[in-house]
Each structure stands twice: as structure tokens, then as C-alpha cells.
Design a binder for this molecule. Structure first.
Ligand code: IPM
Ligand code: MG
Length: 351
């Protein structure tokens, strides 16, 4: 099994290299091939997503991705910005289904900004559509405006088939969980959302065992901090999913804990932590590698057909937390503050 390894920028490099060490302890034949992406791609080949990197991603069985972005590229034209690498990979590889689980580990309930009783035992899954919406809709641009100045414009767009296929992913996922799907939209204002709601409701007819509800995105943002445990699976579009998944991540205490999977129609996938490249802490050895290690577990489960190895890896992460190991972002008094490398080592030892 061939894995394209794309560490990217900032802490991406250190969390990915530590994750590879952990994967090496699983005793599974995995072949790794690394390529530059994001700012690193721009430095190497003048493009955030160099042709060779894209070709490697296409030929691999799965992609392990770190993070991209650095403020030093903020002045580049948008096509050259590091973020284009991840957007390009999603689009080019048809990775339309983004799974972002938010789980609170018992050991970390105290690290959440919310009261422990609000988040203890939380286990929700955000299913975010990833290749449509205002992210990719045309036309878009900046043009002269009649008033004399300029105007910026983007287009929010969803086709019925795009909505249908992401709805199915959410209903299928709910079948393996608590059989509840909440579809999030802004149907009181947006045409896109009206169609979204209608199509999701139609699709629900094929899943009579799943309880479907609908919620406006602003209310959902509020409900996530008021009573997050009311949710099981949340399905939503690209833009709302981007925002709600960052919000959900903080329920768990640290954005450094959350993995994600971005899947195509055939279970090929790109696996990445949901956090960014954190240039302010890059190279200091303090970044939390667990989101990337947990992303690798999702990769074993969803793309590599190794569910038992995925379970072992997740159990090892829980073991390290149970034994008190904490990187700075999840540290609380009475636990043991460790570096990126020592956290990964703690996981590896427990395999
Ligand atoms: C994410 C990120 C990306 C997104 C950025 C880096 C383009 O925020 O994966 O959530 O907006 O999708
Ligand atoms: Mg985001």
C-alpha cells in the first residue's frame, strides 16, 4: 500500500514525521513517498500544488497531509497561495466527503472551554461537503463597481447530485452510530439551502431507520456550545462545515486533537488534522501530533482496509492520554507536559 506523504508547512513537517514513526510500529507493509505541498511546493516548484505532487497523490492509495500556509505568502496572488494546494487536491481527486469527528476523551474533558458536564462523553461527526459551494462556485472575482469603486463576488452553488451524494454519506455514517442526522443550512435566506433541504429530505426516504432533522446554521453554531450532545451526525455544505468544524473542535479542548478524512466515491482519501500550520510554534517541538496520528488511524480504517490496526492506534492514543502525557495545548495541572516527539513515542510504546 502506497501512501503519499505531504507534510506541507509549519508544524506540518514535525507532526507528519512523528506520525510516520508511529505507523512504522504497526507491523504493516506501508510504502511512503514524500512530496512538497503548500508553501513548500511553491519554494520547490513555484506552485503550491506541483504537478509531481499531484501525480503522486493520484497514484497513491491514500494521502497523509500535514498542513499548509504561512503569513509570508499572504501577499501572493490567490492562485499561488499555499491554501490552493489543499483546495486543488480536494477538487482534482474528487474528495467530496469530509468526515470531521469531534470526540471528547474522558481525560481531556477539563481542557474544554465549556463545563465538563456539557462536553463529557461528546462524540459527534461533522460530514462536510468539500468540493462544491461558494468555495468553488463560478463566477467569482473582483471587478469595477458602478459606484466607482470595486466589488468582490463569489457564487454559492450546489447541484442536486452533489447534495444527494453527501447526504448519503451522512446517512450511511449515522447507521454505524446513533442513527441521527441533523442537516444544517440557511434555508430561510439562501436558494442553495432551499434545494439542499429538499434533496436531503428526499434522500432520507431511503434511510427510514435514521432520524433526520434540519437546523439553520446560526442556530447550530449556538446549539453546539449550548448542548452539543444533542447531535450525532451533522451534514452540511463546504462553507458552513468549515466554520462549524472549527467550533466543534474547541468543544474537545484542543484543535490539536481532531483528525479528518476527505474521501472520494471509492474510499480513496486524504487524511489531515483539522488544525492549520501554526507557524508561530513551528519547529519548537511543542505541537500536538495526536490529530495527525488519529488521521492516520482514519486512513487505516477508510482507505487501507486495516480496521484492526486503526483500533490499535486509537487505543494507543487513549492509553497515552490515560497515562498523563500531554502536549502544551492540552496540558492541565497534575499531568505530564511532553514534546511532540515524546507524545508520539508514548503512543508508539503503547502499540
Ligand atoms: C480547512 C481549512 C481550509 C478550508 C483552508 C486551509 C483552505 O480551513 O480544511 O478547514 O477552508 O477548507
Ligand atoms: Mg477550516
Amino acid at each position: 500500500m502506497k501512501i503519499a506523504v505531504l507534510p506541507g508547512d509549519g508544524i506540518g513537517k514535525e507532526i507528519v514525521s512523528e506520525t510516520l514513526k508511529v505507523l512504522g510500529r504497526l507491523g504493516i507493509a506501508l510504502e511512503f513517498e514524500e512530496a512538497p505541498v503548500g508553501g513548500a511546493g511553491y519554494e520547490a516548484a513555484g506552485q503550491p500544488l506541483p504537478a509531481k505532487t499531484l501525480a503522486l497523490a493520484k497514484r497513491a492509495d491514500a494521502i497523509l497531509f500535514g498542513a499548509v500556509g504561512d503569513p509570508k505568502y499572504d501577499t501572493l496572488e490567490s492562485a499561488k497561495r499555499p491554501e490552493q494546494a489543499i483546495l486543488g487536491l480536494r477538487k482534482e481527486l474528487g474528495l467530496f466527503a469530509n468526515l470531521r469527528p469531534a470526540q471528547v476523551y474522558a481525560e481531556l474533558a477539563g481542557a474544554s472551554a465549556l463545563r465538563p458536564e456539557v462536553v463529557a462523553g461528546l462524540d459527534i461527526l461533522i460530514v462536510r461537503e468539500l468540493t462544491g459551494d461558494i468555495y468553488f462556485g463560478q463566477p467569482r472575482g473582483i471587478r469595477p463597481h458602478a459606484s466607482g469603486g470595486r466589488e468582490g463576488f463569489d457564487t454559492m452553488r450546489y447541484s442536486e447530485s452533489e447534495i444527494r451524494r453527501i447526504a448519503r454519506v451522512a446517512f450511511d455514517a449515522a447507521r454505524k452510530r446513533n442513527r441521527k442526522v441533523c442537516s444544517v443550512d440557511k434555508a430561510n435566506v439562501l436558494e442553495t439551502s432551499r434545494l439542499w433541504r429538499e434533496v436531503v429530505a428526499q434522500e432520507a426516504a431511503s434511510f427510514p431507520d435514521i432520524e433526520l432533522s434540519h437546523m439553520y446554521v446560526d442556530n447550530c453554531a449556538m446549539q453546539l456550545v449550548r448542548n452539543p450532545k444533542q447531535f450525532d451526525v451533522i451534514v452540511t455544505g463546504n462553507m458552513f462545515g468549515d466554520i462549524l468544524s472549527d467550533e466543534a473542535s474547541m468543544l474537545t479542548g484542543s484543535i490539536g486533537m481532531l483528525p479528518s478524512a476527505s474521501l472520494d466515491a471509492n474510499h480513496k482519501g486524504l487524511y489531515e488534522p483539522i488544525h492549520g500550520s501554526a507557524p508561530d510554534i513551528a519547529g519548537k517541538g511543542i505541537a500536538n501530533p495526536l490529530a495527525t496520528i488519529l488521521s492516520a488511524a482514519l486512513m487505516l480504517r477508510h482507505s487501507l482496509g486495516q480496521p484492526a490496526a486503526a483500533d490499535r492506534l486509537e487505543a494507543a492514543v487513549k492509553g497515552a492520554l490515560r497515562d498523563g502525557y500531554r502536549t502544551a495545548d492540552i496540558y492541565t495541572a497534575g499531568t505530564r507536559k511532553v514534546s511532540t516527539a515524546d507524545m508520539a513515542l508514548a503512543v508508539a510504546e503503547r502499540l
